[in-house]
Unconditional design. Structure first.
Length: 269
């Protein structure tokens, strides 16, 4: 069951008291909205100046906000509600799109029987396919609810491991991962948190290991139409972060994504 706003406020008052709740709502709603407007204004100016390397974090897309959002999300459609949106965004058949993404991104670039790390599995929309390829599939998410849903969905598959993380991959030894997959996750993560992950990818990937990461490639459509709850990241900013961490870009695909402007970057160590 997903909490309504009113239920959430009542529960907070019961748990933490009235004054705490008022101060929390002020901080999380009013202050955040003002800081968000400021960050959007700065980023829009950078976008107009075609300087995507200087995008800054949005207070609405922090780890805490992501955690709150996805822990309260109704996962009963297992993320396929986003697959269906392809019809609206691109006017193509959602099942065909998904099949093509799996064939042309996942299967073409990943080797079978390896250790795969998936960041942000949600309800397992892509895990379902990764588990057919991998020898060992490690799921890492900041949201407990997502890991619980996946654990129930894949309870008979003992090659899958579940890790509740805090925006880092501390639990993984260096040079331990062959392949990393993340779709519809980094599009919601702030630039500073993306940088932390990429640094970790350099540490945990085996030499020659490969990563497939879907992220924003900011275009003004997002800001004006507010499509997709995107964080600010650009194609060039992403490749610069890879370069700074000694990772090699293989390709940056703009056609296979479900929302125009997004990018899938494929890179190796
Ligand atoms: C829009 S859902 C996508 C789920 C799944 N990848 C899919 O495509 O159906 C976003 C997922 O990313 C996770 N997430 C958000 N921020 C994260 C972060 N900083 N680190 C790891 N996972 C994160 C959420 O908990 C959720 O599982």
């Amino acid at each position: 069951m997903v909490e309504s706003k009113r239920e959430r406020v009542n529960n907070l008052i019961k748990e933490k008291g009235f004054l705490w709740t008022v101060s929390y709502i002020f901080n999380s709603q009013v202050k955040e909205k003002i800081s968000d407007k400021y960050a959007l204004w700065i980023n829009k100016k950078q976008l107009d100046a075609k300087d995507e390397k200087s995008f800054i974090d949005l207070p609405s897309h922090t780890v805490e906000e992501n955690k709150r959002l996805w822990n309260n999300y109704d996962w009963s459609e297992e993320g396929e509600e986003w697959t269906s949106e392809v019809q609206k965004y691109k006017g193509i058949d959602p099942n065909q799109w998904k099949k093509q993404l799996i064939n042309d991104l996942m299967i073409k670039n990943f080797t079978a029987n390896k250790t795969i790390l998936e960041i942000g599995p949600g309800a397992g929309r892509w895990t379902e396919h990764l588990r057919k390829i991998g020898k060992r599939v490690i799921l890492a998410d900041i949201t407990k609810k997502c890991l619980d849903v996946c654990q129930e969905r894949f309870k008979d598959d003992n090659k899958i491991e579940y890790h509740l993380i805090e925006n880092n991959l501390d639990f993984l030894p260096e040079n331990s991962i062959d392949q990393i997959w993340s779709y519809d996750v980094f599009v919601h993560i702030n630039p500073s948190d993306i940088k932390k992950y990429i640094k970790e990818f350099q540490r945990v990937l085996k030499p020659g290991g490969i990563a497939i990461i879907h992220h924003s490639g900011m275009i003004s459509d997002y800001i004006d139409k507010k499509e997709g709850w995107r964080s600010f990241m650009g194609k060039n900013q992403f490749s610069k972060i890879l370069e700074d961490n000694n990772l090699k870009i293989i390709s940056q695909n703009e056609d296979l994504v479900h929302l125009k402007g997004d990018i899938v970057s494929i890179f190796s160590k």
